[in-house]
Ligand binder design. Sequence first.
Ligand code: GTR
Length: 329
Amino acid sequence: MVGLKTLKKALISGAALAVLSISAHAADLVLRSSDTHPDGYPTVEAVKYMGKLVEERTDGRIGIEVFHSAQLGEEKDTIEQTRFGVIDMNRVSLGPFNNLIEETRVPSLPYIFRSVEHMHKVMDGEIGQDILDAFEEHGLIGLAFYDGGARSFYNSKKPITSKEDLAGMKFRVMQSDLFVDMVDALGANATPMPYGEVYSSIQTGVIDGAENNWPSFESSGHFEVAGYYTLDEHLIVPEVLVISKTSWDKLSPEDQEILRQAAKESVPYMRKLWAEREAASEAKVREAGVEIISGIDKTPFIEAMGPVYEKHVTSDKLKDLVERIRAVE
Ligand code: GTR
């Protein structure tokens, strides 16, 4: 039996805890930010870090609460909600923006970047800023780009060692026409679907596999159902942190500047976490016995992308972006 004294003590500490947790969110304005990834994932931690900076610099007036693990929904839906101001902030891959904002297609093109370093140079510079600016007319303010590593194919059926091995296989892609055409061009079949449905779809054989980077392949648990991972690295798609224009317009110019600066400062922090997580995820996946196929000849993959570029790089604006990206050393 619990004595009265113990009960009283428990109640008091419970009350103290409640007060504590209220004060942790005592900011006048708490911006709600969405992320599909679980707690502890580099993108989630980077936005929390940004929130800490914002809270410090506004003397606790503004805070950010990250709703991780797709608590607010799958990416495509949360993007719509962010555009309409139902969700304040969102950390998403550029992929689900491709159909809406044409500029986001260019850094999402297969093999557009020669390396992650090339991607950093492009996205940290003027080209990156031009792409961030393109969000505004769609109800969003682009704050920063995060890393998404290199994406490669994984599947439950067989080791893929060449483009020919992909023939007729069924892969999930993000909800973007560009990625559907990319998979088609490789001779496989693409099924666009939300991230949260991929695990069970591989498990039940609805699809043969999907494609992603090491941290997502690991954190989603997809490696448990897809035992073959081929490092063809067809995409290096940056991720983006956006805020709803509706939420943005309510802030003073000074607070907007604080947010912009804090977002910028969260980038190097994210990259450090990303490098650590990439290594840890790779180790975990290898330890689980997944067959890793590396060192394949990427040339046929790259050469197959001609029609994809032709179809999706349509306007002069996009052609110019491709040229500018290629020109960055
Ligand atoms: C991850 C990315 C997510 C999401 C996911 C997907 O790499 O970080 O934002 O886009 O891929 O494939 O849906």
